[in-house]
Structures are given as structure tokens and as C-alpha cells.
Design a protein around this ligand. Structure first.
Ligand code: FAD
Length: 448
């Protein structure tokens, strides 16, 4: 009987956080065992997307990015490599009062495992990740390849692109985000993302255009009964403030406020003015001078509807698996990118440990390790997001009070989460099977 060989030709769909991290982690894990390893990442955009604003990286996400070599690249960028975040401070927009904080440092002011939080523009993170990929000898990225569907055979899987070409792999990994075509057209046909009813209104503002002093050190979340507004520096020199309002928006409003390429100037201007008015209507009574100034500024707000993918569906076939938001997009919170990175690291480790086992066993071991954690994280995210829906005056006051209580009572579990390290957790060992080849690989690994 032919021995089972680890995959040699791997196609990853999507060059986002999960896709690139997965390519780098598999390259690190499998290269010593697979001399002709070839990993190709297919991305639908022709060039890196500059949209999306800034993202907060937790200590967990930073630790992973450091191991993959991405953090060094971010640091080399200087001020654009992002702002260190010791804590996200929470304030009441109604009274201006401080409510509490989400800390990324311990009692001595040190980061967890050496890492704090970091707020960085998405484009800077993508550039840093691509720079590391360029140095990886067995990873290639191909842009302008939008997957439209795929098919599986006994010994290979195929994805087809909109331009009429196709890619073949021993293993295909769908990292194509919340609206994943690999999921909806291939792995779990029809399982579309659902709109959560909440959206982000985001803008980036020059700090020196705001005359009121900032009420926060690096990052703030300002709470009101009409949603919350995040305001955070996103560069080391504090020259830019990234602002994101989390608000309830009906599905009909989404179509009214969508900025599309090809729209004439007048239509785009009308949408921009309407979005400014939405921000003023909801948060105009803010008692914090710097936030009030931002609300009244001529900021160019962009609307990002928030979608989710319930994690209960199918994650894999026989040669295809979904990771990151493609498998389980949760209403975003500061940990979301860390979950995508954990997925990539854990899957790569299992793929290497189970390299002499069939892919179905690799997928099985991965799901067993991951499902419960993801289900739990998804429920937590939903609970957190429910606090951003519109509410009455009294309910809003209760929310502020509860928030302060919630922050204090969850402090130790948050700190434990910052310590979580996907590179260290024990993996289940491949089970001995009746198959003589699998058994010998099991015995060999045990004696190593
Ligand atoms: C508004 C907003 C704010 C957020 N803020 C934070 C935050 O502060 N902190 C945090 O940790 N998380 C945050 N998140 C969540 C975080 O962005 C995601 O969890 C993370 O990006 C998931 O990574 P991913 O690689 O799975 O998906 P993505 O980052 O979405 O990457 C998917 C990639 O696949 C490509 N692609 C899509 N379809 C196809 C196709 N058909 N063919 C080929 N390629 C395709 C896309 O172009 C993209 O490059 C936020 C999310 C949103 C929407």
C-alpha cells in the first residue's frame, strides 16, 4: 500500500490575515518534511485594498505576528507601524465620566508575554505581511483571482476563477473572509453571511485639526445609548485619530448610504453629508469636548455593515477546509483577528503532526480542538454587540453602570485570554488505526 504523503501543492484562497498567516505558518511547519512544498495564495483584488481603517491587535495577535516575522516589519515602518495601546479607556458620552478600561498590561505595566495592544491601519499590516511572504521561498501570491466555485476529486481539489482559469491543489484552504465563495459555492453551499443590524461608521482625522485636548492616552471607547464611538491614535506619533462609531442601521439604510465606484460626484457628496448628519443625530449631545468636535467636523465617514457567519455549519470537505472569517465571522471585537491567527497556527501544527495521516483525519482533529472555543467566542461577541443597539434613557444609564461592573468582574478572564498561546497547547496525537501505514507513522512520531 502506498504511504500517505503530506500535501505538497496547497492553494489558499484570500490574502487577508488568516490566508497570509496560514501560508507562513504552513511553510514553517511543513518545509522540513516536504522538500517540494508549494503554497499559492489567490487574492481577488488586483492590488492591496486601502479601505478598512485601523484594527486593534491584542497581545495574542501580536505574539503570533511576532513569531511569523510580521511585527518586525511593522516596527521597521516607523510611525505608520501603529500605536502601542496599554488600555482601551471607556467613557460615558452623556456625562464624560470614566467607566473603566480594558487593559493590555499587567500590574507592573508590562504587556502579556511581552506584548500589549496595537492599533494599526489595515493597509500597513497587509504591507508588512506581504513583505514577509516575499522572503518565504515556497509561498507565492497571485492577485486578481476571484474564486467563483470549486470541485473535489479523490486525489485533488479544483477552484475556478472569474477570469476563466482554475487552480488545482492537494489541499485547498478557504480564507476568503465573511462572504467566502469557498464556503457559499463549494463547502457549505448557500450558507451566506447574515447582516447583524449594526454597522461601523469610520473615519480618520488629523489630530491637529481637533483643538480640544484628547481625554484618552491612546485609545478610547465612548459609550452612549445610541451606540459607541471608538477614538484611537493609529500611528506612533499620534498624528492621526481613527474614529469608528458602532451604530444600529436598518438594511434599507445600507442601500441608501452605499458609496459605489462610478457614482457621480453629486450622489457621493449627498451620501457623505447624510452620513455626517447620522453621526450628529446620534452622538451630538456628547459631553466630551474632543469627541463633540470630531462629530461636528467635516470627517469623511465610510459605512461598513457588520455581517456574521454562525459557526455551526460545515467547515470542510475531504480536501478543502475553511479558516478565519470564512468559517466563523463573528461580530468583530478586538480578539477577532487573533481568532483568525489562532486558526492558522493550530491548523498548520496539526497538518504537520498528522502529516502521515489522511487529510480527513487532519480536519477532524482540527475541528475537535476548535469548535467549542469558536462557539463560545461567537456567543460572547453577540452578547457584547447587543449592547450597541439603540436604547431608551434609563436603559442607557443601566448599560453604563453594568459596563463598569462587567469590566471589573471579567478582568481576570480577559487577562487569561491574553496569555493563550496556540503554539503551545497540546495537540491530540494521531490515533493508531488498522492501516499499517498510519500505525507506523504513529509509532515513529512517538519515538521521536
Ligand atoms: C469594520 C470592522 C472592524 C474590525 N475591527 C477589528 C479589530 O479592531 N480587531 C480585530 O481583531 N478584528 C477586527 N475586525 C475583524 C477582523 O477584521 C477579521 O476577523 C479578520 O480580518 C479576519 O481575517 P480573514 O483573513 O479571515 O478575513 P479577511 O481579512 O476578510 O480576508 C479575506 C481575504 O479574502 C479575499 N477574498 C474574498 N473573496 C474572495 C474570492 N472570492 N476569491 C479570492 N479572494 C477573496 C479578500 O479580498 C481578503 O483579502 C473588524 C472587522 C470589521 C468588519
Amino acid at each position: 500500500m502506498e504511504p500517505i504523503r503530506p500535501p505538497q501543492n496547497i492553494a489558499i484562497i484570500g490574502a487577508g490575515i488568516a490566508g497570509i498567516a496560514c501560508a507562513l505558518a504552513i511553510s514553517q511547519e511543513l518545509s522540513p518534511f516536504v522538500p517540494n512544498l508549494k503554497i499559492t495564495v489567490y487574492e481577488r483584488h488586483d492590488i492591496l485594498s486601502t479601505s478598512g481603517g485601523a484594527i486593534n491587535l491584542t497581545p495574542v495577535a501580536q505574539r503570533h505576528l511576532a513569531r511569523l516575522g510580521v511585527l518586525d516589519e511593522l516596527d521597521r515602518m516607523g510611525t505608520e507601524g501603529g500605536a502601542d495601546v496599554d488600555a482601551i479607556e471607556l467613557f460615558s458620552m452623556r456625562s464624560g465620566r470614566a467607566i473603566g478600561s480594558i487593559k493590555f498590561t499587567d500590574n507592573q505595566g508590562k504587556g502579556f508575554g511581552g506584548y500589549k495592544g496595537r492599533r494599526v491601519m489595515r493597509i500597513a499590516l497587509s504591507v508588512a505581511m506581504l513583505t514577509v511572504v516575499e522572503r518565504a521561498p515556497n509561498v507565492e501570491i497571485v492577485f486578481g483571482k476571484k474564486v467563483i466555485d470549486g470541485e473535489e476529486f479523490e486525489d485533488r481539489a479544483v477552484v475556478r476563477f472569474q477570469d476563466g482559469t482554475e487552480a488545482v491543489g492537494d489541499l485547498i484552504i478557504g480564507c476568503d473572509g465573511v462572504h467566502s465563495a469557498v464556503r457559499t459555492r463549494f463547502v457549505d453551499v448557500g450558507r451566506s453571511a447574515e447582516y447583524t443590524g449594526l454597522s461601523f461608521l469610520q473615519a480618520t482625522i488629523d489630530s491637529d485639526s481637533i483643538s480640544s485636548p484628547a481625554h484618552f492616552r491612546t485609545s478610547s471607547l465612548n459609550i452612549s445609548r445610541h451606540g459607541s464611538m471608538l477614538a484611537s491614535y493609529c500611528d506612533r506619533d499620534s498624528e492621526q485619530i481613527f474614529v469608528a462609531a458602532i451604530v444600529q442601521f436598518s438594511r434599507e439604510a445600507l442601500t441608501r448610504y452605499r458609496l459605489e465606484p462610478g457614482q457621480d460626484w453629486a450622489t457621493q457628496n449627498k451620501i457623505r453629508c447624510a452620513l455626517r448628519a447620522e453621526v450628529r443625530d446620534r452622538f451630538g449631545k456628547c459631553a466630551i469636548p474632543c469627541i463633540k468636535e470630531i462629530i461636528e467636523s467635516k470627517a469623511d465617514w465610510m459605512l461598513y455593515p457588520v455581517y456574521q457567519v454562525r459557526p455551526g455549519g460545515r467547515w470542510c470537505l475531504n480536501r478543502v477546509i475553511l479558516l478565519g472569517d470564512a468559517a466563523h465571522a463573528m461580530p468583530p471585537r478586538d480578539e477577532s483577528a487573533a481568532y483568525a491567527l489562532d486558526d492558522a497556527i493550530l491548523f498548520s501544527r496539526i497538518l504537520s503532526t498528522y502529516r502521515s495521516e489522511p487529510l480527513t483525519e487532519v480536519f477532524d482533529a482540527y475541528e475537535k480542538l476548535r469548535r467549542n472555543t469558536i462557539n463560545h467566542a461567537f456567543k460572547e461577541s453577540r452578547r457584547m454587540w447587543a449592547r450597541n443597539r439603540d436604547m431608551g434613557f434609563l436603559e442607557g444609564k443601566v448599560k453604563e453602570w453594568m459596563m463598569s461592573f462587567h469590566l471589573r468582574s471579567n478582568e481576570s478572564s480577559r487577562e487569561a485570554a491574553w496569555e493563550f498561546d496556540a503554539t503551545k497547547i497540546a495537540l491530540p496525537t494521531p490515533a493508531p488505526s488498522e492501516d499499517i501505514v498510519s500505525l507506523s507513522s504513529f509509532l515513529r512520531d512517538r519515538t521521536l
